[in-house]
Write a protein that binds this ligand. Structure first.
Ligand code: PLP
Length: 411
């Protein structure tokens, strides 16, 4: 057999959600009659909005018609969708349809984008972190050694209650900086001033920000930035990643996009003056054949007046759940973060209680599945994540169980 990529061996044994799955399976095998409430994995539960379903049906019918049939689509996605995106989300921000690259979701884009950079590039992530940023760089060979819950080659920027979840600028200059706001897993946000600090830093130090705004639709604060391009100078130093998954329930349908301004230079490694836009186009047209036409029509419907109203209702439902969870934990005496501009509630555990122990306790005593903070990085230890994506009545039930649990079992 040929030698395999040795860097896969560097990845820590079990992916967070596999370990959760294993513990849940063990519990359900032992207690088959008990009804678990799952507030762990960040998947949506509501069906797709009606306007999206109608657009899908129409697009499917077109495929039966010789006039409407579509084969391979344009490399960057259909212009109808790229125009709708710019009109709806980037008007007045200087972004053009040709700077949008449609894909089958943000996870693939975020995992693939690091391919454009030299292996010597230094990567910084906020900690706790959405694991894809770290793991994809480790697979490529940028991780160094895994020791004490972190990779020696990655710069971790702790975000915790002590710094109010605002990362400090790194002491060592990174080449690539992954930022995610609203944040998964902490549910926290950055103000415009706080984000501007990062844009200014990237400009001064010649870094690239990879800005994941998969949860932008959950922002309610009127002055919070929804796109990094609202910040002065960001067009030269930032690439933004967006997704229809949490905006409109596309976790199964799959659609997302990269916003890549033509003004972002490729940096020293490219040598020949290539810009990042051209490199990403080359990468995508070599390795990817596009998001399905019917899905792009469905995504287009999200940007219609009806679609926007429907997705607002969807987002409100999940945010109401997040508020229920937040309130229940606050009532039982926990300190709670997030859950105001993001569907994630980040609970600080009492001193001495580690996040996997709390996971087991919540599973066994309240039959609720959440996510241990330690699974998101070293600074996640001592915290626990719950999501607002559940069914509202089950979320209420989970809140009631939690309150009962803490009445029955004093700390
Ligand atoms: N970015 C973050 C922070 C996420 O939490 C997720 C999904 O959970 C994604 C990206 C992936 O989105 P998609 O479903 O478009 O791949």
């Amino acid at each position: 057999m040929p030698s395999v990529n040795p860097y896969y061996d560097k990845l820590p044994g079990s992916y967070l959600f596999s370990e959760i799955g294993r513990r849940v399976r063990e519990f359900t095998a032992a207690h088959p009659r008990n009804r678990l409430i799952r507030l762990g994995i960040g998947d949506v539960t509501s069906p797709l909005p009606p306007s999206v379903i109608r657009a899908l049906h129409r697009a499917v019918e077109e495929q039966a018609d010789p006039e409407g049939f579509k084969g391979y689509g344009p490399e960057q996605g259909y212009e109808f969708l790229r125009r709708a995106i710019v009109e709806d989300s980037f008007r007045n921000l200087g972004i053009t349809p040709e700077e949008i690259f449609v894909s089958d979701g943000a996870k693939c884009d975020l995992g693939n984008f690091q391919e454009l950079f030299d292996l010597s590039c230094k990567v910084a992530v906020t900690d706790p972190v959405y694991p894809v940023y770290v793991d994809s760089n480790v697979m490529a060979g940028r991780g160094g050694e895994w020791k004490d819950g972190r990779f020696s080659g990655i710069i971790y920027l702790p975000c915790n209650a002590e710094n109010n979840f605002v990362p400090d600028l790194p002491r060592e200059r990174p080449d690539l900086i992954y930022l995610c706001y609203p944040n998964n897993p902490t549910g926290t946000v950055l103000t415009k001033d706080q984000l501007q600090v990062w844009v200014d830093y990237a400009r001064e130090k010649d870094c690239l920000i990879l800005y994941d705004s998969a949860y932008e639709a959950y922002i309610s604060g009127p002055d919070l930035p929804r796109s990094i391009y609202e910040l002065e100078g960001a067009r030269d130093v930032a690439v933004e990643f967006r997704s229809y998954s949490k905006l409109a329930g596309f976790t199964g349908l799959r659609c997302g996009y990269v916003v890549l301004p033509r003004t972002v230079p490729a940096g020293r490694a490219a040598g020949g003056g290539t810009d990042l836009w051209s490199m990403w186009l080359r990468r995508q047209s070599t390795k990817y054949n596009g998001c399905p036409y019917i899905v792009q029509r469905a995504a287009e419907a999200v940007h219609s007046q009806e679609g926007r109203a429907e997705t607002r209702t969807l987002v409100k439902k999940y945010m109401d759940n997040a508020r229920v969870i937040r309130a229940a934990f606050e009532e039982t005496g926990f300190r709670v973060y997030g859950g105001e501009d993001a569907p994630y509630v980040w609970v600080k555990l009492p001193a001495g209680l580690d996040s996997w122990s709390f996971f087991d306790r919540l599973l066994h005593e309240a039959e609720i599945v959440g996510t241990p903070g330690a699974g998101f990085g070293p600074s996640g230890e001592g915290y626990f994540r719950l999501t607002g994506f559940g069914d509202p009545s089950l979320t209420e039930e989970a809140a009631a169980r939690l309150k009962r649990m803490y009445k029955a079992i004093p700390e």
